[in-house]
Design a protein around this ligand. Structure first.
Ligand code: GAL
Ligand code: CA
Length: 351
């Protein structure tokens, strides 16, 4: 019953060449789907809830579901599963969502190479699938016309982060270029290896600085897996090795930037390098306010959650998703990044 109710609400469901009215009438009787009297069930699978940005996204989704319920007067049930960084755990969770009759799946992949298997499961059940935050390759997104990706362009976040550093260098080179050699010495705290946000932020942040005509020297780079404690440990090592030779700490996300700040906490502020992150999480905004973090790049988790819910509702109602969200190439919703410093911090604190 759950299955029928689901399928008949989507235009993609293939009806034999019998009068549409006859079929619709029969389906109404069989499944009661015309009245949409069952609740919308959304299953959201997270790669791990032990990630500041992702757990905030889960909260955003919960909040937006409540808003959507009161706006539409429809009951919406949101199931959230924590994949605990294990792809086979996440596979089981996806199977369970499908068995429970979820109408839409939202998947934050543990391992992006698992996208095809999940896509095929969803298609076999006729359940639309929204990937988010961890972007599958284009071929996997194109496997079926009901597969979407909601996220933000990693290159853009890197470029904005680099632009912040370039601006700071241009505005106050005397202070930033501690050894006065005209070259910007930096270290890079990287997110998970192979994650496009790690790769592209690392590349495009530095590109923005060098495109701005500043010569750079990389002292060290290492992964800290998006994690604050790991980043604190790496930074502590680098401080031993390079001391005040580090002029800028680039971090692929805010949690790792906060880890760097933890490692610096015993050093007088006047001797700290400049630190930049990405995400604009609540604790990172506090660190900007306290002058510890020079800047960050706002990763719009609320916008992403809103887009996911708008898509889910449109698909469930059998409406054209392109009317509900800004859809690029029929599959993608891109939310813009925005740079944050002390100057425009107020706008973000208000959110
Ligand atoms: C990034 C975010 C990181 C981490 C990662 C997980 O977009 O900046 O903090 O949450 O996603 O995939
Ligand atoms: Ca220098």
């Amino acid at each position: 019953m759950g299955r029928k109710t689901k399928n008949c609400s989507f235009p993609s469901c293939r009806l034999p060449a019998v009068s549409l009215a006859v079929w619709l009438g029969a389906l109404l009787v069989l499944s009661g789907c015309g009245g949409k009297d069952h609740s919308l069930r959304v299953g959201a699978a997270l790669y791990t809830q032990d990630d500041t940005f992702i757990s905030a996204m889960a909260q955003n989704l919960e909040g937006i579901v409540r808003e959507a319920e009161s706006e539409t007067g429809k009951k919406i049930t949101l199931f959230i599963a924590d994949g605990k960084s294990n792809q086979s755990t996440q596979m089981d969770q996806v199977d369970r969502f499908l068995a429970r009759g979820c109408d839409v799946l939202c998947v934050n992949l543990v391992d992006r190479t698992a996208a095809a298997v999940i896509a095929d499961k969803a298609e076999a059940e006729g359940v639309p699938l929204i990937f988010f935050n961890r972007q599958p390759v284009a071929e996997d997104i194109q496997r079926w016309d009901r597969i979407y990706y909601v996220g933000a362009d990693a290159k853009e976040s890197g470029a904005l982060q680099g632009a912040l550093v370039l601006e700071a260098w241009e505005a106050d080179r005397e202070t930033l270029d501690r050894n006065g050699d005209g070259v910007l010495q930096y270290v890079m705290l990287e997110g998970e290896p192979g994650h496009q946000d790690s790769l592209l932020r690392t590349e495009y942040s530095i590109k923005a600085v060098t495109d701005g005509g500043v010569e750079v020297e990389k002292l060290a780079n290492e992964t800290a897996n998006w994690n604050r404690a790991q980043a604190a440990a790496r930074t502590a090592q680098w401080l031993e090795e390079f001391g005040e030779g580090i002029e800028v700490i680039f971090s692929n996300n805010d949690d790792m930037a906060l880890g760097a700040i933890d490692a610096l906490s015993n050093m007088p502020r006047s001797r700290w390098p400049l630190i930049v992150g990405v995400d604009a999480t609540a604790p990172a905004l506090e660190a900007v306010a306290a002058g510890q973090l020079y800047g960050t790049v706002h990763n719009d988790g609320i916008g992403q959650a809103q887009a996911m819910m708008a898509l889910a509702l449109a698909l469930w109602n059998g409406e054209d998703p392109a009317q509900a969200v800004d859809l690029w190439e029929g599959h993608y919703v891109w939310l813009p990044y925005r740079a944050v410093t002390l100057e425009n911090l107020e706008e973000f604190l208000a959110e």
